[in-house]
Design a protein around this ligand. Sequence first.
Ligand code: HPA
Ligand code: ZN
Length: 339
Amino acid sequence: MADIADFIAGLPKAELHLHLEGSLEPELMFALAKRNGVAIPFASVEEVRAAYSFSRLQDFLDIYYQGAQVLLHEQDFFDLTWAYLTRVAADGARHVEVFFDPQTHTDRGVPFATVADGMLAALARAEAELGVTSKLIMCFLRHLDEEAAFATLKDAESYLDRIAAVGLDSSELGHPPAKFARVYKAARERGLLLVAHAGEEGPAPYVWEALDVLGVDRIDHGNRALDDDALVARLAAEQMTLTVCPLSNLKLCVVHDMKDHPLKRMLDLGLRATVNSDDPAYFGGYLNANYLAAAQALSLSRADLSTLAKNSFAGSFLDADAKARHMAAVDAYVVAHAA
Ligand code: HPA
Ligand code: ZN
């Protein structure tokens, strides 16, 4: 298997489903808690890690929102983002499209600008110093109401030239996409692209709603789409990108064994699936760890892995020239590393 790990390590790839707040490692959480004088209910890094045993999405979200409370100043958001970018660059990522949750911070009195300025500065530095390009995606918390999402869109007004898309995350069950129909329409009218988490814990009808009511350009997760043959046919026909997160799915019990993960089935059904890490500090692995866990459990071939890497560029929000350039780089890599 060492050769498949090496093949994955060098494969050019993009990450399309990553929550910056979910890349907060316990070590940085402790350092920021100390720097900012914020109390956290853990005595050590080991205690934090031990608390990361989740059996469903809500268990994770409770601890994830708590961890984010150490983030207060622009420098904190810079440090968080920069740590992720250096880590994912080492995994061979050439492009990333990252989520952030403004409401997690503005609801604590941290200004939108503090959050966005810190993140954007790190993204600009990564492009200059690491050669990693990026897009920023602002998510609405779906457990809050649509009025709060509208307020967030308003907070973002002077940043909309630097924000590529809006997304929808947090507790899925009971908060269907249609709850945000009007704010998604407003975002589209402002020139933003649209994505939404759908079909992680929620059922296939939530994926239909994300497509038909919100008009999304990409589906985040989408696992439960496989319950519905007509939906699979639609997603395949439209070549709708699914941002799949194998280790997240395992940790949150969306799948119970990696051998049961639907990633290979998705590829065989002609779906444009991609591999992503979601919240790597909480789920036990960055981008390449996700590729490797899936490759080992599902016996993915080099052809499957290069399809996943090409899908990550095809499904990105890069322009057509950049997509073609990156996909050609994947092809060249595969030729140069033929088994
Ligand atoms: N699902 C929903 N909300 C989230 C997630 C996720 O995987 N990660 C961070 N917020
Ligand atoms: Zn997610």
